[in-house]
Design a binder for this molecule. Sequence first.
Ligand code: DGY
Length: 324
Amino acid sequence: MAGGPGRVVVTRRIPDAAVDVLREVADVWWPEPDRQLTVGELHAALDGADGAVVTLRDPVDEAFADAAGERLRVVATVAVGYDNIDVPALTGRGVTVAHTPGVLTEATADLTFGLLLSVTRRLGEGERLLRSRTPWEFHLGFMLGTGLQGKTLGIVGLGQIGRAVARRARAFGMEIVYTGRRRAPADVEAELDARPLSLDGLLATSDVVSLHCPLTAETRHLIDADALAAMKPTAFLLNTTRGPVVDEGALARALADGTIAGAGLDVFEREPEVHPGLLERDNVALAPHLGSATVETRTAMATLAARNVAAVLRGTTPPTPVRK
Ligand code: DGY
């Protein structure tokens, strides 16, 4: 690196294995104690940085690049989604943007299925009943849920995570339909026995709708009041991608008035806030953005982000740049 050893800003604590990768090419700075930096703190920390490892909570925009200055060469997010990053603003200055596709696919699909089972089999509701010490007894009509065998799963966005969810669903005896920007390759359709549909067709057909599209201007509020009204009243909605893909107020109303049967949500429109109308409902399974939250997956994500930074600072090709 020209003009010194280089400095990489890491906005949240990452596993030692990932820090070691960064230390091979640069001095590494992170906040002590670990905390979410304010925008002002972030910008101050970036001054003169060659690279940055960020999370989905850090706004990466023109002001971020200005704060870093002209040494900045790479920003790597520890996430597959990069809706918090103004990619053209960075790449327009010659800064590489990288993300972490692939390594969180299975963990996120597992969590999606966990939410599906939780809401359809009323696991959270049952646990709340027990923990509240409410008297109960087994009988044949007690807390009946909904089975998945023979039901149709509609995947919105049949990318890596959508496919991994579909594979799990096949093992549960579900049929797969999907919609997306483009048709999936023939071998993917064949493996999953997946049928392409329009969004309207998918909403009308599916017993479970699972969202796996990225958050973009086109997908913001993709699931609004009209989309919810187009779903079956017996259907469930799963969101493990980004909160703003769903109009949360409309979803709370749809769950309250029986427009749909239930929802499983890992992400929220205004994280960490959750719409109060969702918190009070038993037909919603909730998780605090845990899709990739396993030790193994987060270590793999952080290490991949670090490898992206190290590659750019060495002048080689990063493994997983954002391609736009
Ligand atoms: C991602 O990678 O985009 C997830 O939301 C965070 O794990």
